[in-house]
Design a protein around this ligand. Structure first.
Ligand code: MSP
Length: 509
């Protein structure tokens, strides 16, 4: 039976257009999803938009639109970003969709029936930006500890979820399951926060209307975080769908560092109250700064991923973010560095190697892979490096260290370049045609391996390369076959490659 793998990203607030941080998270998830598919997993990859709440309502009002009109327009930008970046999601879920609202209401009712929810009065500060309630002790100078802005004061009847009673169970779960929160410092952070008393959670609002109605009391709408977290089970048709049976518990919830509490403590206790298993891993990636500064509208330094893709193409953006930013740490975005790295690494290392090998094959062997001579030590060593690279990539991907994985593939490409340079086929074509043929046979098979190993990271370029190598005939499951069956799918003498052109264009200026 096929193994199943469920990875989700956070669902973004479509209160403004997507920024580079949103794009980065989707790219990381996409690489993991593609890699798992190569390994033969049946993957469910979900992403989407988180469309309710006061923040969205206020943004819509400012634009003179109804909240629904506003999110209908805005969520399209997020979808478009995914399309342009090659994000291979299986589901793009919007929390305003009926299928989601149905689940959110059913869950509320279930928790109410199980007496996990009760009604009480709530008085206290609320940050609209975070869509989060704070207690007085949480505030810094009376302001939101995250946004440093004034808070709204709320005094109203609320429904409360009995989160406090799950504290001990959560601590036990987090201590026992070392991979529940990665990386380790985030796990420790949450354990430390759980040393304090855990309060019950207000899960409804009456002060605004833009939310999913509470099924037992239509004056209330659901707290946006309860609504949002439930996307992880509505995307797989909770409670009775086939996908729910196959894919729950999720393997990875990929999120940024500002929402770890919501995904571990709030979501964990809700799942416990529902009698469901917790996700296997909440994976916390770093935050992107821009030229050393936090991204913000007021600083005017928000990087628009769509504009970037337009200018440089999706693979360049993917390559830069994946190679530059350690998966679990913060990283910086700089356009100058993107240009430098693209020209000096992506093109000089990978692009040039591929083009040198394939154009030599075309010019000197009629595009046909030649019969090689006996493979000697250095030929065998390079072909063995293909296997070793595959192992290194698998290991790095098992730990979700994408930067290590992509760098390992680049090392193979660099090794291929060095080999080609050393073998001097342009000289041996005249002096020792057999040796030249061997060098070409080995090099072109390294190119073929790169076309597969790079695919999760650089899907557009690699699919072009598959075509250039005339590998498309193998059919839709091509990547997986190439990955699993390195030996069988080695390009054999006699194979004729297709039309070639450079994979990337040098960025001028
Ligand atoms: N809507 C909530 C998530 C609900 S998930 C059930 C939300 N939305 S968000 O639009 O503010 O953020 C979406 C994701 O992008 C989060 O994982 C967040 O951490 C991440 N990022 C936001 N800014 C970021 C950077 N500057 N860099 C990297 N990721 C960033 O939170």
């Amino acid at each position: 039976m096929k193994k199943h793998f469920f990875i989700s990203t956070a669902i973004d607030y479509p209160n403004a257009r997507p920024h580079i941080g949103h794009a980065y998270e989707k790219i990381v998830a996409d690489v993991i999803a593609r890699f798992k598919r190569l390994q033969g997993f049946n993957v469910h990859f979900s992403t989407g938009t988180d469309e309710h709440g006061l923040k969205i309502q206020r943004c819509a009002e400012r634009e003179g639109k109804t909240p629904k009109e506003f999110v209908d327009g805005m969520s399209q930008h997020f979808k478009e970003m995914c399309k342009e970046l090659g994000i291979s999601y299986d589901d793009f879920i919007r929390t305003t969709e009926k299928r989601h609202e149905k689940v959110a209401q059913a869950v509320f009712k279930k928790l109410w029936n199980k007496k996990e929810i009760y009604k009480d009065r709530y008085k206290g500060p609320y940050c609209v930006e975070c869509e989060t309630f704070y207690s007085k002790e949480d505030l810094i100078d009376g302001k939101c500890p995250v946004h440093k802005k004034e808070l709204d004061f709320v005094d109203e009847e609320n429904y409360f979820f009995k989160m406090s009673k799950y504290r001990d169970k959560l601590v036990e779960h987090i201590k026992k399951n070392k991979n529940f929160i990665i990386p380790e410092p985030k796990r420790i952070e949450i354990l430390n926060r759980l040393k304090e008393r855990l309060k019950d959670l207000s899960v409804s609002r009456t002060s605004f209307k833009w939310g999913i109605p509470v099924p037992i009391d239509e004056k209330h709408v659901q707290y946006v975080w309860l609504d949002a977290l439930l996307n992880y089970i509505s995307t797989i048709d909770y409670p009775d769908g086939e996908n729910f049976k196959k894919f729950w518990p999720a393997d990875v919830h990929l999120i940024g560092k500002d929402i770890v509490w919501h995904h571990t403590v709030i979501w964990g206790s809700i799942l416990m109250a529902l009698g469901l298993q917790l996700p296997k891993t909440v994976m916390v990636h770093g935050f992107i700064t821009v030229e050393g500064q936090k991204m913000s509208k007021s600083l005017g330094n928000v990087v628009d991923p769509l504009a970037l893709i337009d200018k440089y193409g999706p693979d360049v953006v993917r390559y830069y973010l994946l190679n530059e930013i350690p998966t679990f740490e913060d990283g910086d975005f700089s356009e100058a560095r993107l240009i430098e790295k693209t020209n000096n690494e992506l093109i000089a290392n990978f692009g040039n190697f591929v083009y040198r090998v394939l154009s030599f094959l075309k010019a000197n062997f009629d595009s046909k892979i030649p019969k090689h001579g006996e493979l000697v030590k250095e030929d065998k060593a390079l072909l063995a490096k293909v296997e070793k690279t595959k192992e290194a990539v698998c290991k790095a991907m098992e730990d979700y260290k994408l930067q290590d994985a992509i760098r390992a593939v680049f090392e193979l490409s660099a090794e291929g370049n060095r080999y080609f340079q050393k073998k001097e086929p342009w000289a041996t074509i005249k002096s020792d045609k057999r040796d030249c043929a061997t060098a070409l046979y080995v090099s072109v098979n390294v190119v073929r391996a790169l076309a597969t190993l790079f695919w999760p990271f650089l899907p557009f370029a690699c699919e072009r390369l598959w075509k250039q190598l005339k590998l498309e005939a193998v059919d839709g499951e091509l990547g997986k076959q190439l990955f699993e069956d390195v030996e069988k799918l080695t390009l054999k003498p006699g194979h004729v490659i297709g039309d070639i052109e450079p994979l990337f264009k040098k960025i001028e200026g």
